[in-house]
Design a protein around this ligand. Structure first.
Ligand code: NAD
Ligand code: NAI
Ligand code: ISE
Length: 337
């Protein structure tokens, strides 16, 4: 059976996911698209030669009988409304991160899904599907470096646009670490603090960049994450785990080593689309397969909520400079262990 997908939001990742669902993955086709900018939706239909209808209204797309599953790839503040509408229509929905821009927004989704009685939501946290993070998790689980004591992480983008604000370093960027580190350590956060080093002259006046987020987990592991979104040189994701008996580091993406011009070098990627290209393929194929099998298993609305609770605390910590507690309620049985 081919799954008929409707996509809301045809920006950078929306277009990339549409390409993926229609050209790369098995078992799906894009039959409906919507964007607040209609021309952008129409353009993707013609550029990718899709047999898809352009909807003027996202709710009409969600409720259309032609659409069996929904992909929400519009900008963050619109996610909650569309995910709630998909749940109300009883349709599976893959929602790009963040699930909602506040913990309360995510909680509204968790409550609606639980009321519906069956999982319908997968969040676009792709890093748990990345080969490198999976290999790192395997090392930790095998006990080869003992218990994890400290993590040193970095999330660097070459540059960001004018619309990117200081809080988005948390809700849009750090949100990936907030998710994947919970998964990697099988742990939850108990407190966070944000400190601001000297500001880069490359950052626009309204943006505080870089930032360092310090986190503590329930098991006592300490994590530092550098967020630096105007680093200029590349898109660079680092994660080093210091354990009791050794250190394990996220593998670098594979690249050709060159000896040229009196230099030994390897290239660094510059675009997030390339860095996690394999993980995006695997996460969406898993969504399509799971919808067809009738049971979602990927990152859940609860995972989206857990990350958002920590994100809310980080934003409070950005503003206060204090150590802020993170209080996550007990996971409902509905979401498993
Ligand atoms: P973008 O700005 O390029 O695209 C967003 C699109 O959504 C735009 O075309 C905009 O017109 C449309 N849009 C906004 N509000 C809308 C509404 N109410 N109804 C319909 N369309 C609407 O942004 P992007 O880079 O594609 O990011 C989109 C989402 O994907 C964000 O939530 C972002 O955080 C997420 N994202 C995730 C990853 C990842 O690695 N998982 C990477 C990039 C972006
Ligand atoms: P698992 O299923 O044993 O679960 C590990 C723990 O991590 C669980 O407690 C779970 O609740 C939690 N978790 C899962 N996703 C999370 C997230 N996004 N954020 C925070 N916590 C999360 O672990 P496994 O098999 O290692 O799977 C991890 C992820 O990879 C899952 O999202 C799973 O769906 C996916 N996966 C993908 C496969 C693929 O090749 N497509 C194969 C196996 C798993
Ligand atoms: C973007 O929205 C993403 O999700 C990328 O994965 C992330 O690294 C980048 O910082 C965000 O802007």
């Amino acid at each position: 059976m081919t799954l008929n997908i409707g996509v809301i939001g045809t920006g950078a990742i929306g277009r990339d996911h549409i390409r993926r669902c229609s050209q790369v993955l098995q078992g799906s086709r894009v039959v409906a698209v919507n964007d607040i900018n209609r021309d952008s939706a129409a353009k993707v239909v013609s550029e990718l030669k899709l047999d898809a209808k352009v909807y003027d209204n996202a709710h009409d797309l969600i409720n259309s009988s032609d659409v069996q599953a929904v992909l929400v790839t519009s900008w963050g503040p619109s996610h909650e409304e569309f995910v709630l509408a998909a749940i109300a229509a009883g349709k599976p929905v893959f929602c790009e991160k963040p699930l909602a821009v506040t913990a309360q927004g995510c909680k509204n989704i968790v409550d609606a899904e639980a009321k519906h009685g069956k999982r319908l939501v997968q969040v676009g946290f792709m890093r748990p599907y990345d080969q490198g993070y999976r290999a790192l998790k395997q090392v930790l689980t095998s006990g080869q470096i003992g218990e994890p004591l400290m993590l040193h992480c970095a999330h660097r983008n070459p540059r960001v646009g004018e619309a990117y604000t200081t809080d988005m370093a948390i809700t849009d960027t750090l949100i990936h670490e907030l998710d994947v580190l919970r998964w990697l350590l099988d742990d939850d956060y108990v407190s966070v603090q944000v400190v601001f080093p000297r500001k880069s002259s490359k950052a626009l006046p309204h943006l505080r960049d870089p930032q360092i987020v310090l986190m503590e987990t329930a098991k006592g592991t300490r994590i530092d994450v550098e967020i630096f979104v105007n680093c200029q040189y590349g898109y660079d994701i680092q994660c080093e785990v210091v354990g009791e008996t050794g250190i394990a580091k996220l593998p670098e993406p594979s690249a050709v080593q060159m000896r040229s011009g009196a230099k030994l070098s390897t290239e660094i990627l510059v675009d997030w689309k390339d860095r996690f290209i394999g993980a995006y393929d695997v996460e969406l194929q898993a969504f399509i397969n799971d919808v067809q099998a009738g049971k979602l298993t990927g990152p859940s609305a609860w995972d989206g909520f857990a990350a958002a609770v920590a994100a809310d605390a980080c934003i409070a910590a950005q503003n206060s400079g204090e150590v802020v507690p993170v209080t996550l309620p007990a996971r409902p049985g509905f979401y498993g262990k």
